[in-house]
Design a protein around this ligand. Structure first.
Ligand SMILES: Nc1ncnc2c1ncn2[C@@H]1O[C@H](COP(=O)(O)OP(=O)(O)O)[C@@H](O)[C@H]1O
Ligand SMILES: [Mg+2]
Length: 156
């Protein structure tokens, strides 16, 4: 691991800024990439996912897949948008079934990744969002492998 894997901290003053960061990620993402989002309700995980979707060329609306657990969107490559909100935790058996071999053909974005971590691939870009209300959001971003460190460079 080199310095590229050090976490970077970004500030997003408003929802448009959060979406713009996501759009840069979506443009740089390639099939097989995994972006794991954590942080409390209302932190902006879905706003970031919307930006990623836009960067991937997804046209339709993107919302939290809270009840369906996985939403698939057509883009430059497929976007698999997962939400671990309703899972009890990383040991929840449901979580294990959410990712399958199709993931390699698309980009996977996971909200509430902390509730799914046992089922997630070890190589990923982790983004922790914090902040609430109209406050600026902080994004702490960390890659766990060289591929995702390259993806992270899209934000640097
Ligand atoms: N800087 C910001 N970045 C993202 N969302 C923000 C920001 N400031 C205010 N908001 C608001 O916070 C809410 C974030 O909601 P959402 O993205 O659904 O959160 P989560 O998916 O983390 O629960 C939205 O209503 C959005 O308009
Ligand atoms: Mg959400």
């Amino acid at each position: 691991m080199t310095g590229a894997q050090l976490p970077i901290r970004l500030l997003a003053p408003d929802p448009a800024a959060t979406r713009a960061l996501g759009e840069r990620l979506g443009k740089a993402a390639v099939a097989g990439d995994v972006i794991a989002l954590s942080g409390p309700l209302g932190a902006g995980k879905t706003e970031l996912a919307r930006g990623i979707a836009r960067g991937l060329g997804v046209v339709g609306p993107v919302s939290s897949p809270t009840f369906i657990l996985v939403a698939e969107h057509e883009g430059r490559v497929p976007l698999f948008h997962l939400d671990g909100y309703r899972l009890a935790g990383p040991e929840d058996a449901l979580g294990a079934g959410l990712l399958d071999e199709r993931r390699a053909a698309g980009v996977t974005v996971v909200e509430w990744a902390e509730r799914l971590s046992a089922a997630l691939p070890v190589g990923r870009l982790e983004i922790r969002l914090d902040g609430s209300g109209d406050d600026p959001r902080t994004l702490v971003c960390r890659a766990t492998d060289v591929r995702h460190a390259l993806l992270l460079e899209a934000l640097a």
